[in-house]
Write a protein that binds this ligand. Structure first.
Ligand SMILES: [Zn+2]
Length: 567
């Protein structure tokens, strides 16, 4: 691949270091900053491109020892050096006197400035320790299993039993899964209380009154405050919980039970029902060749340029089939030197897989648009709260074309089911998201210094009852109260979750606009995508002709829209 640094081998720090030294040696003035930033950006892109290839290799084949060795080498030998160098480069840029950032650089300048302000030497060992201990959480959870009919099942395998049509079997499986989670309850309590006190120390060392203040800066949340989040929680409680409860009740009727019980819902996604009223699950495609063709037809119609982007990915940048030794899940990754976008997933023919393609397609088109309009690496992406607007909007923008009559994959009856499932998922996610977020606001700002695990349980249970009354947990107090232990974000990525809720508000507005005028809505959406990270969140939302708002009126209007559009 041709680029500005043909002599650099991203695996070899010795080949990178001279270029860092050269950058650090430049006599930087307001006039020379822009060209200097480009040199830095181009160098960092070489590293990012390599990391994207390595990540692709290790997820496509988890048994690929050579890729694994490359991964370890770059993590151990290059990343630590790179982080130090990056810190120096940031300091150098930010110390240029009389420098005024322009439209292209103001967001990245503001971000780097906040990162430097947060930096405290004495926090480095705490951060390392936090990373190691969060990994311990994954080990504990990853090691859980249940015995089922002479077989040992992992939790993801066991979760499949929750869609069984026999209710007693579902209940039996769910209780076994819960018992597996409850076994390390004490260890998880201790682990979390330890993480909590270390996070409090982190904030103290950086002179912030609470860890929430620290986390806010760390996550680059410049455009909304903790109070805005609390407003959003209230709006959800007022406007979304009633609709979600109605939807749960309706579903209970359809599957013929008096009330939904937790064994009708998932474990990893405890807000999502696992039982379909129709015994025949949606089956939008048989193999990935069909999925690819369907994706092509759908994206062509959302916009011909999106069709072209997707077409370009079909030349070796899609890995969608499920097979042994492939990592789980789905993601989109981008290659900043070659300008390519890549989608990874494990498709087996479900509606969820089809939806994943729509979602990751949105992420990919975001990259293509930004890559064409931006030239600094840091502007190729956008804040998380907006990246997810790009992907979630594509799920909804593509909806009209899911019908066979429009080139899609469903006849009228199945199309109706798919739309209901889509909107059901959107609505019921929000109350759960609010519980996860509100719990953490309490944890890091209100809970006492000597908070105990039973305080945590009590708080979680209280919030759960307020926000998810539609699922009947009676007689399951321990299972309910320990729900926080089953949410990895609370252990490993504090405060990271509300992004999905905020983004959904944007995506629903894009959809509302599209219902009025699809062409105009797509044009607005593209304009926001092309801006990459050069605008603040409210500005990005505005470019997409939406409002960055989370008050009860906005949320209420969007819930009304969903009611109206539910077939
Ligand atoms: Zn996403």
């Amino acid at each position: 691949m041709e680029h500005a640094y043909p002599d650099v081998d991203a695996q070899d720090w010795n080949s990178i270091q001279p270029h860092i030294e050269a950058l650090l040696a430049v006599d930087l003035t307001p006039e020379t900053v822009r060209a200097w930033l480009q040199r830095w950006s181009d160098l960092e892109s070489v590293l990012d491109e390599e990391v994207a290839w390595i990540y692709r290799a290790i997820t496509e084949n988890t048994a690929d020892a050579e890729a694994d060795a490359r991964f370890k080498k770059i993590v151990q030998e290059v990343f630590p050096q790179w982080q130090k160098a990056e810190h120096q480069l940031k300091e150098k840029w930010l110390s240029v006197s009389d420098y005024r950032p322009d439209d292209e650089t103001r967001e990245v300048h503001r971000r780097f400035k906040a990162e430097l302000a947060l930096f405290k030497e004495e926090n480095i060992p705490i951060i390392t320790e936090l990373q190691l201990r969060s990994k311990r959480y994954q080990e504990i959870i990853g090691g859980l299993s249940i015995d089922w009919q002479d077989e040992v099942l992992t939790i993801p395998q066991a979760e499949a039993l929750l869609s069984d049509r026999n209710r007693e079997d579902r209940e039996r499986a769910w209780r076994k899964i819960m018992n597996a989670y409850l076994a390390p309850r004490q260890e998880l309590n201790d682990l979390f209380l330890d993480l909590l006190s270390r996070r409090r120390q982190l904030a103290k060392n950086a002179h912030y009154p609470t860890y929430r203040d620290y986390a806010w800066i760390e996550r680059g949340r410049f455009d909304y405050s903790p109070d805005d989040c609390l407003t959003f929680h209230d709006a959800i409680e007022q406007k979304v919980v009633p609709l979600a409860t109605e939807m749960y009740r309706h579903l209970a009727d359809e599957i013929g039970v008096a009330r939904l019980r937790p064994w009708e819902t998932g474990v990893g996604s405890p807000w999502l029902p696992t039982v379909d009223p129709n015994p025949q699950p949606l089956h939008p495609f048989s193999d990935v060749a069909e999925l690819e063709e369907a994706g092509q037809r759908v994206f062509n119609q959302v916009h011909p340029d999106f069709g072209d982007y997707f077409q370009s990915m079909r030349d070796g940048f899609l890995d969608m089939a499920s097979r042994p030794n492939k990592a789980p899940g789905g993601y989109m990754n981008s290659f900043p030197i070659s300008g390519r976008a890549y989608i990874f997933m494990n498709a087996v023919g479900t509606h969820r897989n089809f939806r994943t393609l729509m979602h990751e397609g949105g992420h990919a088109f975001h990259f293509f648009e930004a890559f064409q309009h931006q030239s600094l690496l840091w502007n190729y992406h956008s804040p998380m709260e907006f990246s997810e607007v790009a992907s979630m909007s594509m799920e909804q923008l593509s909806m009209p074309y899911w019908r066979k009559a429009q080139g899609g994959v469903y006849d009228e009856a199945d199309y109706r089911r798919a739309v209901i499932e889509q909107l059901f998922g959107v609505v019921t996610f929000l109350p759960y998201m609010a519980v996860v977020d509100k719990f953490q606001h309490w944890l890091y700002t209100e809970s006492p210094e000597d908070v105990t695990a039973s305080d945590l349980d009590a708080k979680w249970a209280e919030l759960w009852d307020r926000f998810l009354p539609g699922i009947d947990y009676s007689g399951l107090d321990a299972e309910k109260a320990t729900g926080w232990q089953r949410k990895g974000h609370i252990f490993g990525s504090p405060f990271y979750y509300i992004e999905y809720g905020l983004a959904q508000m944007g995506a629903l507005q894009v959809w509302r606009n599209a219902l009025n005028d699809q062409t105009q809505a797509v044009a607005d959406y593209r304009r926001a995508l092309a801006a990459g990270y050069t605008r603040s969140l409210p500005e990005l939302f505005q470019l997409a002709n939406t409002r960055f708002a989370f008050d009860a009126d906005t949320v209420g209007e969007l819930m009304d829209l969903i009611r109206e559009q539910t077939p």
